[in-house]
Design a protein around this ligand. Sequence first.
Ligand SMILES: C[S@@+](CC[C@H](N)C(=O)[O-])C[C@H]1O[C@@H](n2cnc3c(N)ncnc32)[C@H](O)[C@@H]1O
Length: 422
Amino acid sequence: MDVLVPSEQTETGQSVPDASFNDLSFFHASEGKPLATPWQVAMTRADYLAQFDLPKGMLLDCACGSGIQLAAYASRLKQPALGIELDRARAVASCLNLNTVARHYASFDQGWHRRSLVVSGDGTASDAIASAVGLESNSVAVLMLDPARPRNSRTHDLDEMQPNLPSVFEAWKPYLASSSRGPCIVLDLSPRLTQELRDGVESIVDSFWPGIERTWTWMSRGGGRVDRLELWLGGVATPNISKRFVRLSRTFGGEDTVIEQEESILVERVGLQTARRNEWVTILDAALVESGLVDAWLSEQLSTASDVRWADASPRRPRIHHNGPLKDDVHPFVVASGRVVELLDVPLDEANIDSIVATALDNDISALTIRCGLDAALQPRLQGSIDRQLRNRQGRRRAFLTRHTTSNHLLLCVQYPQNSDA
Ligand SMILES: C[S@@+](CC[C@H](N)C(=O)[O-])C[C@H]1O[C@@H](n2cnc3c(N)ncnc32)[C@H](O)[C@@H]1O
């Protein structure tokens, strides 16, 4: 075990600009780059953490990797960082990154930075580390863990995490300071954890701190993908909020879109029977559906959420049918929303594409996007044919084409809000 003082480390290797914020360049070692948290994600979390009344003390990351998340927390909260990293070269990279961030915020060798340390060692060796760095009981303000996981894991089993949750909790429990709502813990978990595995995480947590408050947070950078899944515990859980979904803004510093849900609400989902002309069809952000927060969001968006019929709740292209328009039709959670103007009883293939385009032209359509599952080779050919035929024609409305799940009818939907027959 080695205790490293960030300001005493000399730079080695080449730093690389952060993908989400080019103004900062970070050091990575031992192929740590793909493991590192993008600065935008790190700072979004730090801003969230900053709203809580945290105990005084160190911010402990017991598997700190390149130290990017830790540096974001420490600089934002102005509390000293204690990083622990098994791989020595990565521990040194963490020091260099803490220095970079401290310089960026003009606090090099001052305040939080002067008291920050990185230990190259095992993140579960709490007693040895505490005595090496002079850490007393109840002096860790926030414990965070972003464990290493095997690449290409299919199961995302909880015991694959390195270090694993029980050994980290066991080791650090006596060192955690307590807020009025218990200790402050942030777990950065695999975005692909199933409900069953999430329940498993909760029972491990409950075995150490029974009934501690918790907020699950899903983060997505768009494209329908869940990029991050976190569990915020105790003093950093949002009171009465069990789930949050954060759609990060496209650019660093832009506004994120957040939806929160109080206790789990059980909504009975109605499946789609028949598709009708004039009803609304909305294709939703798949990550929102995966997080389980879609019902909470729909109840905000539709005056009669009970009208919703689920055509496809599959993770790839979730789609609902509903009677009235969404309140916010250009919301980041909406892939496309429109009103059915035609039901076409033809297969979507090369033999029928001309007649489909003719129907689109009859409906004053200038652009038509295919939004249903198709053979990967056929899709660009059909879309290309549609685009070529509609180019230079006089249509005025945008539309999309989807497919009724059971009957195979194609639904031609004119996109809302340019829907002049609304
Ligand atoms: C996903 S990375 C952390 C990335 C970090 N959050 C960042 O922003 O750069 C997980 C790290 O845990 C380290 N690790 C695995 N087992 C450990 C242990 N027992 N103690 C300390 N670090 C460990 C790995 O070497 C790896 O660098």
